[in-house]
Structure formats: structure tokens, C-alpha cells
Design a binder for this molecule. Structure first.
Ligand code: SF4
Ligand code: SF4
Ligand code: SF4
Length: 334
């Protein structure tokens, strides 16, 4: 198994889950056991994950982005999301790296260029992986990889287990914790309903005043990216992020800075689908930790539930990293 880069990871902190909390959580996890039993007969939508060779995607040229956040505004409007707590015009949001949320399916973050040319900005959203780990992990096929390219989600099927959140190597899916009745998993859909049924381009692409976002067939985007790199070798890192990472993604990036310096993880070329599935269905993880993380906390109030879930999800993330590291070391040894 070949690595694109070494997987970037700071100190992996395994959060403390006290014995008392563990017992409390596990004791409340009857529903979780029922959910985990679904793993034995998964309705996986992972059989044709790579979709059509004509699948669509978006090429983000980070060198053209000025951090205006017009894409965020357009996404907010297209998805009929509530206005953000901090106005779109407030550049204070760049002080901390942000993740996508229930109220923001895309976020633009600011990074310092390592070549001293000042700040650079990168728009983050679902990468619409060729072999999505979220799809592979979903026990009821609520996450679907469409032949056109986007990875979408069917709320009629979703049982709220949040396996997709654990599985995603880009930490993209978010969950409506505040919705007591029918919480949803939310993320960028590449504007699937509008674009792939009515035509046009994703709202963020149409809104970008810099032409930093280009929508088209993934193969054409790769050609365009290679062309820009060849014609401007002094401008770009000689790699298109997403061409191979995690088995390839429909959302691609060009950059003048190393990709890990603009918040993109160094990932294997292998798709994460099977790897994630193997991990999630492995012994202790499937029978104890996943149920604990996902459903075994309903006894608590919403806020405490969220905190407990986040701690358990962090623990799972650390275990996943450990499993990946072990597999990599095993692969390197052959
Ligand atoms: S980035 Fe995450 S949520 Fe999006 S398709 Fe890939 S695995 Fe799924
Ligand atoms: S493709 Fe659509 S849903 Fe995704 S970030 Fe752009 S506007 Fe938002
Ligand atoms: S609209 Fe374009 S230039 Fe503005 S922040 Fe988004 S990607 Fe960057």
C-alpha cells in the first residue's frame, strides 16, 4: 500500500472516558445494541462506489481565492440555511480554523503561506470521494454515491447512527443535535437537487468572483489542473489534491503551498470505504465503542449527550488512526 504522503497527525489524544461514565453510557445503550446488530446484514451502497467515469466535480484553485466568502453566502442561500451568528462580512472568523457545521455546509479558512507571500484561503466542503467512507459505513444505505459524482444523503432512510461522521476522513458530515424530533445529517451535496436535475452549476461556483471554482467533468478538471501546473510551474505545487487521495475525490484542489499547510490531510491513495467498514465492524469497536458513541447516551440531556458523544467520537477517531497506522506499518514491511 503506497502512501501519498505520511499521514499528518499531531499528537493523538485519547480522551478520558471515566469508568463511571462508561458504565452510565453503556447501561443506556440498549438501542445501540439493536443498531449495531444491523452490521451483520448491512445494506451497503458501496458496491459501485466509483460511479460513472463521466462524473462531475469541482476544481478549487487556491491561488485565486481571496477569502471573500461569497461562496459561503451563496451556499447558505441555496440550502436555505439560517443566517450565521457572525455576519459574512466579519473577517474575524478567519482567526480560527473552522469546520463545516449544520449551518454552514462550506467554510473558507485562512492560512499563512509558507513561501512568505501572505495569507492564502481555502474553501472546505464535502470532497465527494470516489469511494466514500461515509457511504461504506452507513448500515442502511442512507448515504449514497450518485453516478453523477455527488455523495448525497436520504433522510427517509437515515436512522441517526452517525457512522458516516466517524468514517469521513475529512470530518465533514454534521448532525442536528439541537433538533429533538427529526435531527438530520447535513453536508454539501454539490447542489445535487438543483444542478443535476435542473442544470447549471453549484451555487458557490456561480458566486465566486475570482473564478477560483471550476465545475465540470472530473476528467476534464484533471486535465485543466495539469495544464495550469505545466504552464505555471513556479506557481503551483506539482500535484492535484484529490486526484488520488482517499481513492480520489470529485472535489479537487490546486495550491501554491503544500496541501497540509492549507488544512488538507495527507491520506493514502487507497479508498477509505473498505478500510472504514473493516474498522467499524471490528470486535470491540462494533460491540462497545460505536454504540457508546452513537446511541448509548439518550438518557442525558441534549447538551450532555453532545459532550459525551464528542468524547466517544474522539476516542473512536484515535482508534481509527491507530488501526490505519498499524496497517500502514504492516504494509510498509512487505
Ligand atoms: S468527504 Fe466525507 S462526507 Fe464527503 S463523500 Fe468523502 S467520506 Fe463522505
Ligand atoms: S456545491 Fe452547493 S452545497 Fe456544496 S458548498 Fe457549493 S453551494 Fe454549498
Ligand atoms: S467566493 Fe471564490 S474567492 Fe471568494 S472565498 Fe469563495 S472561493 Fe474564495
Amino acid at each position: 500500500m503506497r502512501m501519498v504522503h505520511q499521514r499528518r497527525r499531531g499528537t493523538v489524544k485519547i480522551p478520558k472516558i471515566t469508568r463511571r461514565k462508561f458504565v452510565q453510557l453503556a447501561g443506556a445503550s440498549a438501542a445501540a445494541v439493536a443498531a449495531s446488530s444491523l452490521l451483520a446484514t448491512p445494506a451497503r451502497a458501496a458496491d459501485s462506489l466509483t460511479g460513472s467515469p463521466k462524473r462531475m466535480g469541482v476544481l478549487t484553485d487556491i491561488t485565486r481565492c481571496i477569502g471573500c466568502r461569497s461562496c459561503e453566502v451563496a451556499c447558505n442561500k441555496a440550502n436555505e440555511l439560517p443566517p450565521p451568528q457572525t455576519p459574512f462580512s466579519d473577517t474575524g472568523v478567519f482567526d480560527e480554523e473552522r469546520r463545516t457545521t449544520v449551518g454552514a455546509h462550506t467554510v473558507v479558512n485562512r492560512y499563512q503561506s509558507s513561501n512568505g507571500s501572505g495569507p492564502v484561503y481555502r474553501k472546505a466542503q464535502c470532497m465527494h470521494c470516489n469511494e466514500p467512507a461515509c457511504v461504506s459505513a452507513c448500515p442502511v444505505a442512507a448515504m449514497v454515491k450518485t453516478p453523477e459524482g455527488p455523495t448525497i444523503w436520504d433522510e427517509r432512510l437515515c436512522m441517526g447512527c452517525r457512522y458516516c461522521m466517524i468514517a469521513c476522513p475529512f470530518s465533514i458530515p454534521t448532525y442536528e443535535y439541537e433538533s429533538a424530533l427529526s435531527p438530520r445529517v447535513l453536508k454539501c451535496t454539490m447542489c445535487y437537487e438543483r444542478v443535476f436535475k435542473k442544470g447549471g452549476s453549484p451555487a458557490c461556483v456561480e458566486a465566486c468572483p475570482q473564478g477560483a471554482l471550476l465545475f465540470g467533468e472530473r476528467e476534464d478538471l484533471l486535465w485543466e489542473g495539469q495544464s495550469r501546473i505545466i504552464n505555471n510551474p513556479e506557481t503551483y505545487v506539482r500535484h492535484i489534491y484529490g486526484e488520488h487521495e482517499a481513492g480520489g475525490t470529485s472535489w479537487l484542489y490546486l495550491s501554491s503551498d503544500p496541501f497540509e499547510d492549507v488544512g488538507l490531510p495527507s491520506l493514502e491513495e487507497t479508498g477509505y470505504g473498505q478500510l472504514t467498514w473493516d474498522f467499524l465492524t471490528a470486535g470491540t469497536v462494533a460491540t462497545v465503542l460505536v454504540p457508546l458513541a452513537l446511541m448509548g447516551v439518550y438518557r442525558f440531556g441534549m447538551r450532555r449527550q453532545r459532550i459525551a458523544e464528542e468524547e466517544a467520537l474522539e476516542a473512536l477517531e484515535a482508534l481509527k488512526e491507530e488501526a490505519l497506522r498499524t496497517e500502514n506499518e504492516g504494509g510498509d514491511g512487505h
